[in-house]
Write a protein that binds this ligand. Structure first.
Ligand SMILES: Cc1cc2nc3c(=O)[nH]c(=O)nc-3n(C[C@H](O)[C@H](O)[C@H](O)COP(=O)(O)O)c2cc1C
Length: 397
């Protein structure tokens, strides 16, 4: 999706002054920006400032004469928007949007838009943590609103904490990425992280997967408009914004969670490092240390990817191959054996290209035998390139 027209809603918080810099930066990037201010916002910033920077009259009143040639201005503006952003977004506007209240121009106009909505909250930390705000944000995310989370730092009220409105340059970067809103409405299921195979209530077998690649994929897919389900093994990562996260523990639990949701998906990306084997028996009590060795018999876990490959109808199926040797041969074999559309392979013995790192060096093998070798890059960049490949397969359909 090409973003040209941006409606910027400004609500009543100290951070309203940042809306001036945001408008200026957006204009410099070539966007057409029309600003709407709430009554409270005008206590913090003059409409004249935004009018001058945006080069358009600022709309402040639902019932005033239209500032444009449009008759019913709140509907026309809602349609004009390619993206609707509210920055700063007060607890009040978030609450009103969650409840479906339209009692001024901004709240009515944002309800009427079909454009992607980006909210940039700014408020005191205690307000941000209030259960009502937490619940309202969760509800709006579920409805598809995008959030640029507040940063942590010194707040205008003197407190420190999470609540500072994100900086205008970060918001502009976010919108540029959102401009590639090419996966709208596609249902993508992503798996991430390791699994844990229990031996007893305190011990388990696992692997070094950090989950970063899967989480980066989930974040990138969401930012491009996909409806993302992330099935995650135990990892130390925050849930990505807007993504439906399902936490699982063992390979069997992951198998069930993936299979239960497979039919409704348009694509599945299996980035999890699922254990191939599990202990044959799991002791209900902690196994006591004894003299001598402890021999554990491992049995095969189901092969989730192969199962999906056998069941797939219209779904694009993407696998990962983390290899220590014969990377290309092993990846190509897996691509065919599991009926995949793409496989992303990496040599995990290479520095900065495997488990636990922020970066990856992947080669993507396609079903048609062709391949693309990517240089070392962040997992987020790699995620976007993998999604590009999936997008291309949909375009060629
Ligand atoms: C000095 C001052 C600063 C404020 N800062 C914020 C803020 O940062 N975030 C917020 O949610 N509300 C803040 N408020 C409260 C809002 O202005 C108030 O809830 C108002 O009703 C919001 O209206 P609006 O959402 O229509 O703009 C502040 C109020 C004052 C007096």
């Amino acid at each position: 999706m090409k973003i040209k027209n941006i409606v910027l809603g400004v609500t009543g918080g100290i951070a309203a002054y940042k809306a001036a810099e945001l408008t200026s930066r957006l204009k410099k990037e070539g966007y057409d920006v029309r600003c709407v201010m709430t009554k409270s916002a005008q206590q913090f910033l003059s409409p004249l400032t935004l009018q001058t920077l945006s080069n358009h009259p600022v709309i402040t009143d639902l019932f005033a004469a239209p500032t444009t040639q449009w008759n019913v201005e709140h509907i026309a503006l809602a349609k004009w928007a390619d993206v609707f952003i509210i920055a700063p977004a007060t607890a009040n506007i978030i609450g009103k949007m969650a409840a479906g209240i339209g009692d001024d121009f901004l709240s009515t106009c944002v309800m009427a838009t079909k454009a992607p909505i980006v909210l940039v909250p700014a408020m005191n930390e205690a307000m941000y943590e209030h259960q009502a705000v937490v619940d309202n944000i969760a509800l709006l995310k579920k409805r598809g609103c995008f959030f640029i989370e507040p940063a942590v730092g010194k707040l205008a009220c003197g407190d420190s904490g999470k609540g500072r409105m994100e900086e205008p340059n970060v918001i502009v970067d976010y919108l540029k990425r959102l401009g590639r809103y090419d996966l709208t409405g596609k249902k993508i299921l992503i798996t991430a992280g390791p699994t844990r195979e229990a031996l007893d209530p305190v011990r388990f077998l696992t692997n070094h997967s950090s989950g970063r690649m899967g989480y980066a994929l989930a974040e990138a897919a969401y930012e491009r408009g996909a409806l993302v389900t992330l099935i995650s093994g135990p990892v130390n990562l925050a849930a990505p914004t807007g993504v439906d996260v399902i936490k699982v523990d063992s390979a069997l639990a992951m198998y069930e969670a993936v299979l239960a949701r497979f039919d409704e998906q348009d694509a599945v990306i299996k980035a999890a490092a699922v254990a191939d084997y599990r202990p044959e028996t799991v002791s209900a009590e902690k196994i006591k240390k004894k003299d001598g060795d402890w021999l554990v018999k491992l049995v095969r876990n189901p092969d989730i990817l192969a199962e999906l490959g056998g069941r797939k109808t219209r779904q694009i199926l993407v696998g990962f191959a983390a290899e220590t040797n014969d990377v290309e041969a092993n990846a190509r074999k897996k691509l065919v054996a599991k009926n995949l559309d793409l496989i992303c392979a990496n040599d995990i013995t290479e520095a900065e290209a495997g488990f636990g790192t922020e970066t990856n060096r992947l080669t993507i093998y396609r079903k048609d035998q062709s391949k693309i070798s990517l240089p070392l890059m962040s997992k987020k960049q790699a995620a976007d390139l993998i999604l590009d490949q999936i997008g291309q397969l949909w375009q060629n359909e």
